[in-house]
Ligand binder design. Structure first.
Ligand code: DHB
Length: 393
């Protein structure tokens, strides 16, 4: 196959790139070793920044009047920070005139996949042995095997590596620089059948560590709590999960955590990572392939969408002008946001989690930071601005 852009990775990052290129009249082929069902059922985060919602509603992902993110998603005008046994609301609308949408990443994937399918996109899921070749030459190629084992080749002008946190594409960047940070904890994530416990998300700091009460629907909820990175999810009975969560959200303000059967339990990886440059010859990286953030603050998908938007702009200009030098600007533009988001995700994490060698001093200091934040308009404005997302233009 001959195409303009070969996209390695068909998650939200790869699909958005392919969609935006399509709207600019640029052809692409999307390859992924996973099948559609697997991606659509792998639960990830659920918060969209206001510009992520705009990207979905204003670039033709949906037919007019059928914007699922607006009808099935939930607009949240703030969040609760809970510490010392009390919840404190940070009002995004009042502070910065913005809000976020609770709309799971799996649904974003389903919507993008439907849009590419509707628009005749060339999507090849369930392939194997994907390999990128000839990045140094004028015709980069991606080879792979189809489900029957037959070998195929896609020849392109450009290759996009959107193959996630265990990216193979990132290793093809010439002379990369890498920065990372590990944390002495992970998140235990559950989906459960229960009514909502609060109208918005509750980010909790407790003596037993972090907990997050999030939501999915009226009857299914998503929750997380800080755990040991080596924790075995199957070692946790429903009762044990609920008593841990109850202990972490316990308090004096009448907050009542609603319980129910646990439908799914997983331990999520937890790491900060950046690789640069994000462009190397005809190869461009987008999303987790170039950077990962810890989940606190739900920035991973939003950052991938912001990358995709910039990447598509640069590719459009480069292919229109027939000048790949235009792509040089992509890394610097993308990294500006990447590092801001790295800081925000790190900061949210540090403020709410129990460190490995946390002392009484750290405990008092952390509580003072949270108290200072919620009682100060200046302090909470940074949270509101970062959480709802810095403008993409
Ligand atoms: C969710 C996940 C997050 O990491 C977060 O900060 C907020 C919400 C979620 O899955 O709902």
């Amino acid at each position: 196959t001959r195409t303009q852009v070969a996209v390695v990775g068909g998650g939200p990052a790869g699909l958005v790139v392919s969609h935006l290129l399509h709207t600019a009249g640029i052809e692409s082929v999307v390859l992924d070793t996973r099948d559609v069902e697997e991606i659509a059922t792998t639960h990830r985060a659920g918060i969209l920044e206001q510009d992520s919602v705009r990207l979905l509603t204003e670039t033709g992902v949906y037919a007019a009047g059928a914007e699922r993110v607006l009808t099935d998603g939930d607009r949240h005008e703030g969040v609760f920070l809970r510490f010392g046994g009390e919840s404190h609301r940070v009002d995004f609308e009042a502070l910065v005139g913005a809000s976020v949408w609770l709309y799971p990443q799996t649904e974003v994937f389903v919507d993008l996949h439907a849009a590419r399918t509707r628009d005749g996109g060339d999507l090849r899921y369930g392939v194997s042995d994907t390999a990128v070749h000839d990045l140094g030459g004028r015709r980069p190629r991606v080879t792979y095997r189809d489900t029957g084992g037959a070998e195929h080749e896609v020849v392109a002008d450009l290759v996009v590596g959107a193959d996630g946190s265990r990216s193979a594409s990132r290793d093809l960047v010439a002379a990369p620089e890498r920065w990372s940070r590990t944390y002495p904890f992970a998140w235990f994530g559950i989906l459960c059948e229960a009514p909502k416990s609060a109208p918005e998300l509750v980010y909790t700091r407790s003596e037993r560590g972090f907990a997050l009460i999030s939501q999915r629907t009226e009857s299914v909820q998503r929750m997380y709590f800080q755990c040991d990175p080596d924790e075995d999810p199957d070692a946790w009975s429903d009762d044990r999960i609920w008593s841990e969560l109850q202990a972490r959200v316990a308090g004096s303000d009448g907050f009542a955590l609603q319980e129910g059967p646990v439908l799914e339990r997983t331990v999520l990886p937890f790491r900060s990572f950046v690789q640069a440059p994000m462009r190397s010859g005809p190869l461009l990286l987008a999303g987790d392939a170039a950077h990962t953030v810890p989940p606190t603050g739900a920035k991973g998908l939003n950052l991938a969408l912001a990358d995709a938007r910039l990447l598509a702009e640069h590719v459009e200009l480069a292919l229109t002008k027939g000048d790949l030098d235009v792509l040089d600007g992509y890394t610097a533009r993308a990294l500006e946001r990447v590092w801001r988001v790295q800081h925000f995700s790190y900061w949210m994490t540090a403020m709410l989690h129990l460190g490995a060698d946390s002392t009484d001093f750290d405990e008092r200091r952390q509580r003072a930071e949270l108290a200072g934040l919620v009682s100060s308009e200046a302090g909470s404005t940074y949270l509101a601005e970062a959480y709802t997302g810095w403008p993409t233009r």
